[in-house]
Design a protein around this ligand. Structure first.
Ligand code: PRP
Ligand code: MN
Ligand code: MG
Length: 183
């Protein structure tokens, strides 16, 4: 993590905002008539995406958070998803939308949606801003995806590299200065 790297912009803040507007029109159509949608953000990576998403959603909602971690400070998935913080509220009989920043191997969202499904929500849907289908290890697809991306190490807009760069307003790709280590 102390190797030198630069960050190249991959998806601009403007492109993300435009995509969120389109996604929200689809989510509103799906959940129209709901009395209360519970929007669940997966900490920590989704915190920027969920903030922009809920402000664009014209639906009655509550917001809750769940923390699941598979990566820690490494670049490699542990494939063992830990629930570090559970939801505050019950989801039984409610409409639930799980919000995630990125689906990589699929272990995190697969595990979390199975867990929440076991609590018998009325409807359970998921949305991920980014999807790296080439990295999938379990058969999982979010109901909505912002952007499909190639297998690049991305940061920003909530996504970290060793806990850094979450505050970048765009999605960038990490390029290591050490050529031997870059893809
Ligand atoms: C990252 C990312 C997703 C997950 C995707 O979270 O935010 O939650 O990994 O990877 P997967 O599809 O291979 O499971 P991380 O565990 O790094 O925690 P963080 O959100 O706190 O950064
Ligand atoms: Mn995460
Ligand atoms: Mg992380």
């Amino acid at each position: 993590t102390d190797r030198a790297y630069v960050i190249d912009e991959m998806i601009s803040a403007k492109a993300i905002a435009a995509r969120i507007e389109a996604l929200c029109r689809e989510i509103q159509a799906e959940f129209s008539g709901t009395d209360k949608l519970i929007v669940v953000g997966l900490l920590r990576g989704s915190f920027v995406f969920i903030a922009d998403l809920v402000r664009e959603l014209d639906l009655p909602i509550e917001v809750d958070f769940l923390e699941a971690s598979s990566y820690g400070d490494t670049m490699e998935s542990s494939r063992e998803v830990r629930i570090l913080k559970d939801l505050r509220g019950a989801v039984e009989g409610r409409d639930v939308l799980v919000v995630e920043d990125i689906v990589d191997t699929g272990h995190t969202l697969n595990h979390v949606t199975r867990l929440l499904a076991s609590r018998n929500p009325a409807r359970l849907k998921s949305i991920a801003l980014l999807d790296k289908p080439s990295r999938r290890e379990v058969d999982f697809r979010a109901d909505w995806t912002g952007f499909e991306i190639p297998d690049e190490f991305v940061v920003g807009y909530g996504i970290d590299y060793a806990q850094r760069n979450r505050n970048l307003p765009f999605i960038g790709k990490v390029r290591f200065e050490d050529a031997a280590q870059s893809a």
